[in-house]
Write a protein that binds this ligand. Structure first.
Ligand SMILES: C[S@@+](CC[C@H](N)C(=O)[O-])C[C@H]1O[C@@H](n2cnc3c(N)ncnc32)[C@H](O)[C@@H]1O
Length: 245
């Protein structure tokens, strides 16, 4: 079979989407949340660990735009993504501030840190046979986020999707001693990964159970700063916004 050049281009774009996470709208929003809720006004000695750095662009952009001069330790299991992230950090002369490790976050020896950040895998599906298996977030999308909150860091910036059982996640966070100290929410169109038929069918089931909130075109993504100590607990306000669709 002979492919047209258009089909070949499309095919290779799809191959790279399957290889390394690529969703600029989402990554840019994560970067903005990181910059505004974590990095700005933070003392430089605070070490930060990151689960799932992807191609490294969110942290690199946030470091370039903030006055934080400390260190972020990023863990990325996907070797291709990690290689790109290392090269980018070097290109922007940020390798002293963004150290990358090609390892599973859970298996690795991690440096002591008070803050964890992540745009974690949050796709709900019955199994991980998805366009990108490493984006699977378990049956209701919050399995990995819950494991990260169980680690007990003082603060955790987590990206939380409105179709991945946000109420269940906030309840779990409260059991771990966290409250919501800050949050930002953005509507996002369903993209390549979230349009996977297995994800679509699972979120339709979850919607019936009041565990997924979305419209035909859009869902909401939130950057949520969970803290072990809150001056003001914004949990109720967050739930009102994330369940609005
Ligand atoms: C939603 S993507 C986010 C990537 C990047 N932070 C961004 O926002 O553009 C989640 C990332 O977590 C990575 N990942 C999944 N399981 C992991 C694990 N156990 N340890 C480290 N990284 C993991 C995936 O390979 C993927 O790159």
């Amino acid at each position: 079979m002979v492919l047209s050049s258009n089909a070949r281009r499309h095919g290779s774009a799809e191959k790279s989407l399957r290889e390394v996470f690529f969703c600029p709208e989402e990554s840019n929003f994560y970067s903005y949340c990181l910059e505004s809720m974590v990095l700005n006004n933070r003392v430089d000695r605070d070490a930060i660990v990151e689960f799932g750095s992807g191609d490294g662009s969110p942290v690199i952009k946030a470091l370039l735009r903030s006055d934080f001069n400390g260190k972020v330790h990023g863990f990325e299991l996907n070797a291709s993504a990690c290689k790109i992230a290392i090269a980018r950090a070097q290109e922007y002369e940020l390798d002293q501030h963004y150290q990358l490790y090609n390892a599973s976050f859970f298996e690795a020896d991690r440096p002591i840190a008070s803050v964890i950040i992540s745009n974690p895998p949050y796709l709900p599906a019955i199994d991980n046979k998805l366009y990108q298996p490493l984006l699977h977030g378990g049956i209701d999308g919050i399995t990995i986020t819950k494991k990260l909150l169980e680690l007990g860091y003082d603060e955790a910036l987590m990206m939380v999707s409105s179709y991945s059982n946000p109420k269940g996640l906030v309840d779990f966070a409260a059991q771990q001693g966290y409250c919501v100290s800050n949050f930002l929410v953005s509507p996002l169109p369903f993209g390549y990964y979230s349009s996977d038929p297995k994800v679509k069918s699972r979120i339709a089931e979850m919607r019936e159970q009041q565990e997924a909130f979305y419209s035909s075109q859009m869902y909401c993504l939130a950057g949520v700063l969970f803290s072990q100590r809150c001056e003001m607990d914004l949990t109720e306000e967050f739930l009102q916004v994330i369940t609005a669709l």
